[in-house]
Design a protein around this ligand. Structure first.
Ligand code: ATP
Ligand code: NCN
Length: 207
């Protein structure tokens, strides 16, 4: 089985996340992409953060009509900071032989060397990064450069240890931009699917 794992704060989930997940599903021929909202995204500096159950509910609303997508609360039921290495360790117990891909945008790759026990992430899974040709690859931290070069040129094992860059043009959307627009009372229709807009409105989020 080929499994995509897409962790994020998703406050809220937006069309950029959804189209990136679809691009990964196509490119890597994934059987499923699981969206995993972070319970405690300790690395985020944003002062106000929506409760994890609400961020998960928005993810579920956004993916309801796509069979390739699923959502998991695996990162919401643990105490303390959300570390991806812990997530992968738990998932490996359930899926010992699966080809697991942790999916991320380029901005996340630039900070990956600061993640808790980041080397162990590669012992548990593969990592796929959505990147443009010309994109910030020069800015990758020195300790990650060899890995990026190696991952680009040679596969180690199918189920773990690979770092692959996928050529993809990200949409210019961020959750921050959406939160700011809701606060300012300007439309977010172009950035967020209708069920998520309805949820934001019903629950009075980001005002
Ligand atoms: N527009 C986008 N297109 C594709 N991927 C994105 C986009 N924005 C964020 N991502 C990726 O999605 C994952 C989760 O991102 P996150 O939930 O922090 O969204 P965000 O829009 O960056 O949020 P914020 O504006 O609050 O920082 C990360 O791996 C990030 O690189
Ligand atoms: O494990 C870590 O130390 C770590 C540090 C930063 C981010 N992450 C994970 O990366 C994913 C995307 O985070 P973010 O900040 O882009 O929403 C999310 O699943 C986080 O839990 C994980």
């Amino acid at each position: 089985m080929k499994l995509g794992l897409f962790g994020g704060t998703f406050d809220p989930i937006h069309n950029g996340h959804l189209s990136m997940a679809a691009a990964f599903a196509d490119e890597l021929a994934l059987d499923q992409v699981v969206f995993i909202p972070a319970g405690d995204p300790y690395h985020k500096t944003t002062a106000t953060r929506t409760a994890a159950v609400k961020r998960l509910a928005m993810v579920e609303a956004a993916i309801a009509n796509d069979d390739r997508f699923a959502a998991s609360d695996i990162d919401m039921v643990r105490e303390g900071a959300t570390y991806t290495v812990d997530t992968l360790q738990i998932l490996r117990q359930y899926y010992p032989n699966a080809e697991m891909w942790w999916l991320m945008g380029m901005d996340s790759l630039l900070g990956l060397h600061t993640w808790h026990r980041y080397q162990d992430i590669f012992k548990l899974a593969n990592v796929a990064v959505a990147a443009r040709n010309d994109e910030k690859i020069q800015q990758v931290a020195p300790e990650m450069r060899a890995l990026v070069a190696q991952g680009l040129s040679q596969a180690t094992s199918a189920s773990r240890g690979q770092l692959r860059l996928l050529q993809w043009q990200p949409e210019d959307i961020s959750s921050t931009q959406i939160r700011n627009a809701v606060k300012a009372g300007t439309p977010i229709d172009a950035w967020v699917p209708k069920p998520v807009r309805d949820y934001i409105s019903t629950h009075g989020l980001y005002r």
